[in-house]
Design a protein around this ligand. Structure first.
Ligand code: HSE
Length: 305
């Protein structure tokens, strides 16, 4: 038995929604082909191929996804080997949910093969646990978007998650460094700079903005959504100091009238909301030019997937 599953890249946080919001984007995707053979419970990554295969030193979230899936509800699967071929189409370490796309595709594939009655939230939960293999701690936002598509919001409970998806259609501009400037362990390091405690005033500011973003998304009000995107008081101020030319890129996006600009996930890509496709092109080019004064960056025009 075998199955092939595609998962798109994603941009998490969208400003104030740290670990709670993400969008799936059609810029890049990963695919996994999972084959099941009788065996002894082994996980075998048979091949990694595709444009970013050479950046994969160790497909940790794919292997992690299989391990977490097996443990879930005691699905031992001791009498089979799971053989995986990974098409790596999402650049690694870019802030576009590369590890999450691999994890999400793997979990969806396994669910189809072994547990078709699984709930979407359970798939997201398992894939988010797999993220810990790369990022040091689980996070569910990228995998939620890659699993479900479009715009997702999630609440982490004592046990499990609640995940909601909105059919949000929007164009985004991204400036992405060509090289993996932070190297391996980037997400882990970028999670370590997030403040451990937060003043009540800042917490209220952030969650009020996220609440408004969600209603704006439901109303198709891109302007308000974008305005909120750039008003993170907690995570962006800590991380942006580590991103070269961040302020210049932000200014370039604003000058090109982007609706909102912020760090994509844990960075270093920088993402802006645009009015439409041609505006996204203009904004992405302006941002990539500004970014390239510090590190070579390319413009990406993408829409929600
Ligand atoms: N929410 C996660 C973070 C996303 O910001 O660390 C990582 O892509």
């Amino acid at each position: 038995r075998s199955i092939r599953v595609r998962a798109y890249c994603s941009s998490a946080n969208l400003g104030p929604g740290f670990d709670a919001l993400a969008v799936a984007l059609d810029a890049f995707y990963d695919e996994v082909e999972v084959r099941v053979e009788s065996g002894s419970g082994k996980v075998i990554v048979e091949s990694v191929y595709g444009p970013y295969a050479n950046q994969v030193s160790n497909p940790t979230t794919v292997v992690g996804a299989v391990k977490e899936f097996k443990q879930f509800k005691g699905l031992g699967l001791e009498d089979v080997d799971v053989v995986i071929r990974l098409f790596k189409g999402v650049p690694i370490g870019s802030g576009l949910g590369s590890s999450g796309a691999s994890a999400a595709a793997t979990v969806v594939a396994l669910a189809n093969l072994f547990y078709p009655s699984i709930k979407p939230e359970e798939m997201v939960y398992i894939a988010g646990l797999a993220e810990a293999y790369a990022a040091g701690s689980p996070h569910f936002d990228n995998v939620a978007a890659s699993t479900l598509g479009k715009l997702v919001a999630l609440a982490i409970l004592d046990k499990g998650l609640v995940v909601k998806k909105v059919d949000f259609d929007a164009w985004f501009a991204i400036a992405m460094p060509v090289k993996n400037i932070f190297g391996e362990g980037k997400t882990k390091a970028m999670r370590e700079v997030v403040p451990k405690t937060v003043e009540m005033r800042k917490a209220v500011a952030n969650w009020s903005r996220v609440a408004v973003m969600m209603i704006s998304a439901l109303q198709g009000d891109l302007e308000t959504f974008g305005k909120m995107m750039e008003l993170d008081e907690i995570v962006e101020p800590a991380r942006s100091k580590l991103i070269p030319c961040y302020e210049e890129v932000r200014k370039a996006a604003k000058k090109a009238n982007s609706l909102g600009v912020t760090i994509s996930g844990a960075g270093p890509s920088i993402i802006a909301l645009a009015k439409d496709k041609s505006h996204a092109k203009e904004v992405a080019e302006a941002m990539a030019n500004a970014y390239s004064k510090c590190v070579e960056a390319i413009p990406i025009i993408t829409k929600t997937a």
